[in-house]
Design a protein around this ligand. Sequence first.
Ligand code: GTP
Ligand code: MG
Length: 192
Amino acid sequence: INYQLVHFVASYGKASQIPPSTCPEVSFVGRSNVGKSSIMNKIFNRKGLVKVSATPGKTANVNFFEADGVHFIDLPGYGFAKRSKAERDRWAKLIGDFFNLERSFNLVVSLVDIRHDPSALDHQMIEFLQEGGYPFVVALTKADKLSRSQQGRQLATIRKQLDVAADDIIVTSSESGLGIDKLKARIEQACL
Ligand code: GTP
Ligand code: MG
């Protein structure tokens, strides 16, 4: 995949607005502020293409990007405590509707912060992917905030808690670039 060709395609507030898949698709899910937009920018090697914010809840729509005939989809983050019930309901409907669409789900990248135990919503999201048979990989984010030994410990703990295969969990950092090549290889594999 030639990421130099990456560009923004469109933003959708409702799943019903999203046109049918025309190419392989990789989507990014995870709680608000976990680093979805940052990891996409790192994959693309383009700093400001996907909007990143220190304020959780920045991405409220489903945003489509395209690189070399592959769609990359930034999904809105879940579990932002300060969000109103109406906003949380809107999120749940948007994500639920999105995954119910008849699409080419080549790979779902499910992001979890390496520093903490997965939240109830992380568990729900990953169980949903497992039960629905969606091809997915877990990216543990912000590894640069931990030492190497802490990373190893958290990887083992989180992997056990989420019950995912060793091959399906990658330690990453959008800051240092750790694990990004591994994730890209996984994306290539899923899309070709
Ligand atoms: P929403 O759009 O609100 O759902 O958030 P998001 O998941 O897209 O997170 P985003 O990429 O906007 O990052 C949130 C914050 O975490 C920003 O301040 C980023 O700079 C920071 N961040 C993201 N990834 C990393 C990382 O690997 N290391 C460090 N140290 N900070 C990171
Ligand atoms: Mg975002």
